[in-house]
Design a protein around this ligand. Structure first.
Ligand SMILES: [Zn+2]
Length: 95
């Protein structure tokens, strides 16, 4: 493995080799990913010192804020890839 890769590039390289799939590293702006519920887009009501869970003001569900932010980041990534017509339908790498 080349020494000049940063930790994210190394993780992508390893994941690509293990999965046999072409994995692309893209940078996503994380703004608002912890504010809105990824499913219904309702705003999360966050209380001070209670950072792990929040009430969604639209659907009323208690949401794990970490999982929710990860889902929002995934959604932003998929939206970006679709905007550039990237073939990310889990195409296998052919070596
Ligand atoms: Zn909701």
């Amino acid at each position: 493995m080349p020494d000049d890769l940063d930790i994210f590039e190394k993780a992508v390289l390893i994941a690509s080799k293990i999965s046999g799939r072409q994995i692309k590293l893209i940078q996503i702006n994380p703004s608002s990913t912890s504010i809105y519920h990824y499913k219904c887009k309702g705003r999360l009501s966050r209380e001070q010192y209670h950072y792990d869970n929040a009430l969604c003001t639209k659907c009323g569900n208690i949401i794990n804020t970490h999982f929710n932010a990860a889902q929002n980041i995934r959604d932003k990534g998929e939206k970006f890839l679709k905007s550039i017509n990237y073939p990310f339908s889990h195409a296998r790498v052919t070596v």
